[in-house]
Write a protein that binds this ligand. Structure first.
Ligand SMILES: Nc1nc2c(ncn2[C@@H]2O[C@H](COP(=O)(O)OP(=O)(O)OP(=O)(O)O)[C@@H](O)[C@H]2O)c(=O)[nH]1
Ligand SMILES: [Mg+2]
Length: 462
């Protein structure tokens, strides 16, 4: 990995803004910037100490490109740990391009995606999970996902994992020592303590791994599929939730043929609502593709909103649909729609309660009159909080989840081997594999492959 070059990139989005920020990092940062910068007070930035800002002209020879503010950070007290120069200029895309081109002409190299943060990691300014949280923080769109990213950036669970890994390493070395003295039949690793540690690690890994189900939906938005028979009021419900006319509503059965999706943030949590084609047997070719999609969306969703028309005469049809939906094993919220035209003699909800006593009571609603929409929103938040449980630390990252699961499997194998009293060298194999997986999470083991995977998902300039 090359670190002795000096890199440059735009840190703000390309396009026009009031201000744009260009960042240079590396040994030569000050020298490269100073070739084109003329301070108003004739100051040589090469001789300046860290954390100082200067006003001046950015020039291509004698041609003035912009009036800029230039800030000097000297390594190791900077984001990357290297010398950094930040140039704040006016946000015209022409100016930004000119300044970038000049800096490259002066000797800087265009940065690769995530290279600033990669350098911060390699210079030990942060561990790998913290580096990853930078990308999450930039991408966070709701209060809840922002909170998770900030928590991870502040250290999150990586310290805990690092501690557990340290204890495992201790036992691994004790067992290795035993192998060296194998003829003498000594036991350096106290088996009782070791078993206790394995139990604790297993339970912690399990909690972390389980929290991913919650973490990933918080990060990417909770998928909620709205399903039901044609004309139940699915599209009307989507519109009522979003408070806009997003989907077409009509009294014709089969109005919605394709899935329609939009997001909404409720109490800081982002939900992705998916309005679907009404479920029914149909000979219409396009509609039947829509129905297939509905089932796929239902399978992918975290929460299902099953909506039915309280005045529907075909109650059996509703019960049958519910039966197949319950089989999907998802959180289901039932909505009894069109209460504004209910006569009061309807028995549908009683029948549902009788047949599906595990489901919660249907919420009486009217999407036309916006009755119970607020209650539904609160119910959604409650449901997702239930899924989250009261876990303090939450895993949001697919890479961590995979490594956690790998480590968990290894720990379980170690436990099994211990119970069967197998020899130390066999235990060592699984133990080392678990130590490796845990190290991958924090970056204590940083193969190029892991690093490549992590940083390729960053944008350039981060
Ligand atoms: N009275 C009354 N009518 C409603 C209510 N909600 C929806 N409707 C009517 O029911 C009809 C169907 O509504 P949609 O929202 O298009 O139903 P859908 O479930 O999306 O139907 P498909 O897309 O065909 O599957 C429309 O005529 C709506 O005006 C309600 O709360 N009260
Ligand atoms: Mg519809």
């Amino acid at each position: 990995m090359q670190l002795d070059n000096t890199i440059v990139a735009l840190a703000t989005p390309s396009g026009t803004g009031a201000i744009g920020l260009i960042r240079i990092s590396g040994k030569e940062a000050l020298k490269i910037a100073s070739k084109s910068f003329k301070s108003h007070r004739d100051i040589d930035i090469n001789k300046q100490t860290s954390h100082k800002t200067f006003l001046g002209w950015f020039k291509d020879g004698e041609r003035i490109i912009d009036k800029v503010l230039l800030t000097v950070f000297r390594g190791p007290n900077s984001y990357t740990g290297e010398n950094i120069v930040e140039i704040s200029c006016h946000g015209s895309s022409y100016i930004l391009q000119e300044i970038l081109a000049l800096l490259i002409k002066n000797g800087a190299e265009p940065a690769k995606p995530g290279e600033f943060t990669l350098r911060a990691f390699l210079n030990k300014k942060m561990d790998l999970t913290q580096a990853e949280s930078v990308a999450d923080l930039i991408a966070s769109e709701s209060k809840a996902s922002h909170e998770l990213a900030i928590n991870q950036m502040r250290g999150g669970y990586s310290k805990n994992i690092s501690d557990l890994r340290g204890q495992l390493i201790h036992f691994a070395s004790m067992i290795a020592l035993e192998l060296d003295f194998s003829e003498e039949d000594v036991e350096f690793a106290n088996r009782d303590e070791f078993s206790k540690l394995l139990e604790e690690i297993e339970s912690q890994l399990k909690d972390l791994s389980d929290s991913f189900a919650y973490g990933s939906v918080i990060k990417n938005g909770v998928p909620v599929a709205i399903i039901g028979k044609p004309n139940a009021g699915k599209s009307s419900l989507l519109n009522a939730l979003l408070n806009e006319d997003k989907a077409i509503v009509s009294e014709i059965e089969g109005t919605t043929r394709d899935s329609i999706e939009d997001t909404l943030i409720i109490k800081g949590i982002q939900f992705r609502f998916i309005d679907t084609a009404g479920l029914r047997d149909t000979k219409d070719k396009i509609e039947s593709i829509g129905v297939k999609r509905t089932l796929e969306n239902a399978k992918k969703a975290k929460i299902l909103l099953y909506i039915y028309d309280v005045t529907d005469k075909n109650i059996k049809g509703v019960l049958e649909q519910l039966k197949s939906i319950v089989k999907l094993n998802k959180k289901i919220i039932l909505i009894q729609n069109k209460m504004d035209i209910a006569t009061g003699g309807e028995i549908i909800s009683d029948l549902i309660k009788k047949e599906f006593n595990k489901l919660s009571t249907p919420l009486p609603a009217s999407t036309n009159e916006k009755i119970s929409i607020q209650e539904l929103k609160s119910l959604l938040v409650e449901t997702i909080n239930e899924i989250g449980g009261d876990s303090q630390t939450i895993v949001t990252n697919v890479r961590h989840h995979n490594s956690l699961n790998k480590a968990l499997k290894d720990i379980q194998s170690v436990k099994k081997s211990m119970n069967k009293n197998v020899t130390g060298d066999l235990i060592s194999v699984d133990l080392n594999s678990a130590i490796y997986s845990l190290g991958e999470i924090t970056g204590e083991i940083d193969s190029d492959e892991v690093l490549g995977n992590v940083f390729q998902n960053f944008c350039i300039g981060k």
